[in-house]
Design a protein around this ligand. Structure first.
Ligand SMILES: Nc1ncnc2c1ncn2[C@@H]1O[C@H](COP(=O)(O)OP(=O)(O)OP(=O)(O)O)[C@@H](O)[C@H]1O
Ligand SMILES: [Mg+2]
Length: 237
């Protein structure tokens, strides 16, 4: 059984207010691939990302993580496999201290205390935040909160890492650290981003969304040399 790939098959999604955010979205990301999700504001990137671990379920179509279909009864299993870092870190951090936030996933998985301790150390070290361990997440800077958010997901040792706009509001050093963290993650990775440099450095493949539809799915270097596509995405005039 492999949890390491993601497959969307003809996924459509309409929000309860009737906004149709995804139309017939199909793609497969294989184990170990790092894939960018590109597209203008409102294209449907965050909506798609929320489908990868069942925070949203398709109106029609299917999402599979490995051979497990994403549906209500598989959610506990899916959420151990797919680590999702939200666009807004405030949605991710809710415990009184950083260490409790990072321990939350492993404790939920009922891991032994010693293993939880090891996971906290490992995850905080990976994001360079060991010194923030006893701090209150609400009293951290935006960049620090982003790093801690990533640690809360790494502590679960996910086999798929999904990040929504991970580099927004990060300074140069934090952004370089983020690129290093993502690059050293050896499993499957899906990243929604407007950060062209990050995408070019980290993702070999890019999927482009516009108005909820996939308009391109190609090697990243081909995407960024396609002048018509760049114009359509508003990246050049
Ligand atoms: N909770 C919601 N209820 C209703 N409509 C929503 C909701 N969230 C998003 N939408 C709509 O769904 C569409 C896709 O939004 P989404 O947030 O997925 O875009 P995005 O590509 O992530 O944009 P951005 O680059 O700004 O983050 C937009 O038309 C948006 O207005
Ligand atoms: Mg978004």
């Amino acid at each position: 059984m492999s949890h390491h790939y993601i497959q969307f098959s003809n996924v459509c999604y309409a929000y309860p207010n009737g906004v149709e955010a995804l139309h017939d979205v199909s793609f497969r990301i294989s184990h170990g691939e790092k894939v960018a999700l590109l597209g203008p504001n409102g294209a449907g990137k965050s909506t798609l990302i929320l489908h990868t671990n069942g925070l949203l379920l398709p109106t029609s179509g299917e999402v599979n993580v490995g051979d497990i279909p994403v549906e209500k009864k598989t959610l506990p299993l899916i959420r151990q496999s797919v680590g999702l870092v939200f666009q807004n870190s405030d949605d991710q951090l809710f415990m009184p201290t950083v260490e409790e936030d990072v321990a939350f996933g492993p404790l939920n998985m009922k891991l032994p205390e010693r293993e939880v301790e090891h996971r906290i150390d490992m995850a905080l070290k990976a994001v360079g935040c060991q010194d923030l361990r006893k701090r209150a997440p609400s009293q951290l800077s935006g960049g620090q909160r982003r790093r801690v958010s990533i640690a809360t997901v790494l502590s679960m040792e996910p086999s798929v890492l999904v990040l929504d706009e991970p580099s927004s509001n990060l300074d140069w050093k934090s952004r370089e650290d983020l690129i290093r963290i993502i690059s050293s993650f050896t499993h499957t990775c899906l990243i929604a981003s407007h950060d062209v440099d990050l995408v070019k450095r980290v993702c070999q493949r890019s999927i482009v969304l516009k108005d909820g539809r996939i308009i391109a799915d190609r090697p990243t270097d081909e995407i960024f040399t396609d002048q018509d596509l760049m114009r359509e995405l508003g990246l050049i005039s």
